[in-house]
Design a protein. Sequence first.
Length: 276
Amino acid sequence: MLRLYATASGLIVERDGRFHACSASLDEIFVSVDPLEFLNDRLRHARLATTSVSEWTLHAPIQSQEVWAAGVTYFRSRTARMEESKVAGGGNFYDRVYEAERPELFFKSTPHRVAAPGTPVRIRGDATWNVPEPELTLAINSRGKIFGYTIGNDMSSRDIEGENPLYLPQAKVYDRSAALGPCIVITDTLPAATTVIAVAIRRGGSVAFHGETTVGQIKRPLPLLADWLFRENSFPHGCFLMTGTGIVPPDSFTLRRGDEIQITIEPVGTLVNTVA
Ligand code: DO4
Ligand code: MG
């Protein structure tokens, strides 16, 4: 297992607790046949980095990749969405997609809309009910191989989405509506069902919301989500796939400017972003 960080001074790879400067680009990694093998090969000639992770300015670990997302993959998400769209009569859609063979997959972000670790995510000025969605996010190469994972935040405007399911792109896609990081774990092994996804939202020195779930609560096998995404769709630079949220705060909760969102999935670490 390797941890790949995108930093202001280039890519850094952590292997067995040691940090190596890596001359490859993220695009080269995402188009390689086997990214783990590719990186291990590059590390044979790499120099050791002299600084440690806390001293780097982290970038989002993305270059030319699109970010896509799966929805309603957890029972909790299905139930919350049926509630929020009840007035608009959209509740039935969510139950049906939860049960259907075809998953909900939607376009989430281009690289320029993705917030780096430690930088602000945004809530829309025309939305009144906003939440983070903490999601295990797959790194998939141009051939459709899942070669690692990271943490994703699928920021969402629940009032806009709940008003009409056709407003989903506006509820989901806007500047800084996604965050990725702090690193990509490069591995041939998918996270175990017991892997915990946890979120804490800090407001003015205390915790305004915290919740957790496990990867085992996802209804669909992760490789099947990736297979569906690659059906009739090509990704010349690979892509990221957010795999859905299993944590939805109570309906009384909405994000405020200044909130700090901390999402933890080990061994990726913790993705921290404030709300601008
Ligand atoms: O159906 C709307 C979006 C669902 C979603 O983003 C999720 O379940 O995580
Ligand atoms: Mg989501």
